[in-house]
Design a protein around this ligand. Structure first.
Ligand code: GLN
Length: 310
């Protein structure tokens, strides 16, 4: 095999091992060309190094490695994010979380302005920025998309993985988003009670049951388990976040979390038990409830006072 092998022949050789669309994506990636370019240039000869690299990628894909990790990127909300095995691959259902968060941001912003009697009309421009926290940011796709959509907001994003934070920081730099990243296991590194407060807290935490068969299938086999699985019923992280969130929310702040397809009822119970009000749930494009949340209520302030006085 020499430089005589053309694109068409290389793609033909991968047939049976890969769908044609994936083969074009991988070869296009190596050639730094969009996949569609290959269709109109399939007589272009490939050099030996490219052929070898394509053969390696084909074998890895055939063994199940996620295409996003092989390409090193995935699109989310119309933008390209770098991804690595240190982070979850951004998913379409998480775009729902962003949509819900954007609507919530508008609402919290309006409520806040209305309830701040001392902020006179002409001073509204000087109102403190909306503060948003993204828990377990991974590639940073949620925090960065929110920061780009709400340029006046202060967005903080935390993750327990330093590798994920490095990647998220790079994504923010490439996309020109202003996000403050912090190394933190959920709220651990944020000053509680009278410290950091947020108008909006969002997150796509791990929520798959530790024994779930899906963890041993498809892309999930290659993704970080810490970003996917969370205790026997998958609710450990969601429980911890819902319980701790009120102490980090402003009085009318909102919490919105992505969760599993079968956790809608459990989420209502959790949010109610923790004193959240105006609980709402949102369905993804498949009609499944995947995002739940609510508003911090006075019950939280009372509970916190009791805790403090004990
Ligand atoms: N939505 C992913 C899946 O079900 C899981 C993501 C997560 O655990 N946060 O494959």
């Amino acid at each position: 095999m020499s430089g005589q092998t053309a694109i068409a022949a290389a793609l033909a050789a991968s047939r049976g091992r890969l769908p044609a669309s994936e083969a074009r994506l991988l070869l296009g990636h190596l050639l730094n060309r969009p996949a569609v370019w290959l269709l109109t240039h399939d007589d272009v000869p490939l050099d030996a190094a490219t052929l070898t690299a394509f053969e390696k990628l084909t074998a890895r894909r055939a063994a199940g490695e996620p295409i996003a990790y092989l390409l090193g990127r995935r699109e989310f909300f119309g933008r390209e994010f770098l991804v690595s095995p240190a982070t979850l691959i951004p998913r379409p259902e998480t775009e729902l979380l962003v949509e819900v968060a954007l609507r919530a941001a508008q609402k919290v912003g309006a409520d806040r302005t209305a309830s701040c009697a001392e902020i006179r009309h002409e001073q509204k421009d000087h109102a403190p920025p909306l503060r948003i926290l993204d828990l377990g940011t991974g590639s940073g796709c949620v925090a960065i998309t929110l920061a780009l959509a709400l340029p006046a907001a202060e967005v903080v994003a935390v993750d327990a993985s330093r590798e994920a934070l490095a990647l998220a920081t790079e994504n923010a730099r490439r996309l020109g988003a202003r996000v403050r990243f912090a190394h933190s296991d959920w709220f651990a590194a944020l000053a509680g009670q009278c410290g950091e407060r947020f108008d909006l807290i969002v997150g796509n935490p791990p929520y798959i049951a530790a024994g779930d068969a899906h963890l041993a299938q498809g892309d999930l086999r290659f993704e970080p388990t810490a970003a996917l699985a969370s205790g026997a019923d998958g609710l450990d992280a969601l429980r911890a976040i819902v319980a701790a969130a009120p102490a980090y929310l402003t009085p009318h702040g909102q919490l919105w979390l992505e969760h599993g397809h079968d956790q809608a009822a459990a989420m209502v119970t959790l949010l109610q038990a923790t004193g959240f009000g105006s609980i709402e749930q949102h369905r993804d494009l498949a009609g499944i409830v995947r995002v739940s949340g609510g508003v911090r209520t006075d019950a939280h302030a009372t509970a916190m006072m009791h805790q403090a006085s004990r």
